[in-house]
Design a protein around this ligand. Structure first.
Ligand code: DGY
Length: 319
């Protein structure tokens, strides 16, 4: 009998076919609309692959045979890791393959926020650009030769440092759980405490994974420590930031602007004040979303789930 794999959310054809070659697959591209069928399929599942599903005790009760969960994302805050360890269920994520793509998206947010790209795009498209030209108050601020503070110098943080150092002549400050010697020697990144980083940086980019320790780590006090000209970038998880504190910091001009790929509540609520601020550039949690990278993430997750249901070596285990 072939192992059974439940796939939730859309999966690229190649990745699906790779799993189907050795497993019986139950595919739920829109699992939220098919919850009863999805839960029924879980009862017989050896493997589960997808992204974002909250895996807790209630879910595991529905999946008594589960051996492996392959997260199709680098973040794994949807998984209760200690519960999985206790239950003998292995888990994987997709580190590495998305680092360059997410770093590109962060640079896009930095440039768009600093040079006010969406705001000026609207200005042109809505006929605001007339013979009288544009006004000084529409000018942006430089990115090049500024100080970039990166909180969380892992794979994505390092790729961002590379772009900022070589592409924009920026000075890199960083804070991380452990020193990143490669970033220090190759990109001249300077390790410092969060407080110093916040006080000195022109751009503050938070790249930490969401854990109980990092939840809400950027709040009222942290925004108060930033420069009034600082631009804040978040492409990790919305809950790493105290969102009401971010809104207040922007409303009171405690900071200059923000570039956000992630929000506390996703999809973001239509009435979230961040959406009506011209100095905030938003993306729909799309940092890794290019055709090429999402395919690589899908294939890596597929390889992990196939190895996991067979009891084999996982390519990118979380623990
Ligand atoms: C990731 O891989 O964690 C991205 O944020 C997409 O969820």
């Amino acid at each position: 009998m072939k192992p059974v794999v439940v796939v939730y959310n859309r999966l690229y054809e190649e990745a699906l076919e790779y799993i189907q070659a050795s497993c019986d697959v139950h595919y739920f591209p829109g699992y939220k609309e098919k919850m009863p069928e999805f839960l029924e399929a879980l009862k017989g599942a050896d493997g589960l692959i997808g992204s974002g599903l909250k895996v807790d005790e209630a879910l595991l009760d529905q999946a008594p045979n589960l051996k492996v969960i392959a997260n199709k994302s680098v973040g794994y805050d949807n998984l209760d890791i200690s519960l999985l360890k206790k239950s003998g269920i292995r888990a994987t994520n997709t580190p590495g393959v998305l680092d360059d793509t997410v770093a590109d998206a962060i640079v896009a947010l930095m440039l768009a926020a600093a040079r006010r790209v969406p705001e000026l795009d609207q200005f042109v498209k809505t006929g605001g650009w007339t013979e009288s030209g544009f006004k000084d108050h529409q000018f942006g601020v430089d990115v090049h030769h500024k100080k970039l503070g990166i909180i969380g110098m892992g794979g994505i943080g390092s790729r961002l440092a590379k772009r900022a150092h070589f592409g924009f002549d920026m000075t890199i400050l960083y804070h991380n759980r452990s020193r990143n010697e490669q970033a220090e020697s190759t990109y001249d990144a300077v390790y410092c405490q969060v407080e110093e980083l916040l006080e000195q940086s022109d751009f503050v980019c938070v790249m930490t994974p969401l854990t109980p320790q990092t939840k809400g780590m950027i709040g009222k006090n942290e925004f108060a420590q930033m420069k009034k000209t600082a631009i804040f970038i978040n492409a990790s998880r919305g809950a790493v930031v105290d969102e009401p504190a971010l809104i207040e910091a922007l409303q009171t001009k405690q900071i200059l602007g923000a570039g956000l790929d992630v929000f506390e509540q996703e999809p973001v609520e239509r009435d979230n004040p961040l959406l009506s601020m011209p100095n905030v550039v938003t993306l729909p949690h799309i940092g890794s979303a290019t055709e090429e990278t999402r395919k690589k993430m899908a294939m890596l997750a597929a390889e992990n789930v196939v190895a996991g249901v067979a009891g084999g070596k996982l390519k990118t285990p979380i623990f």
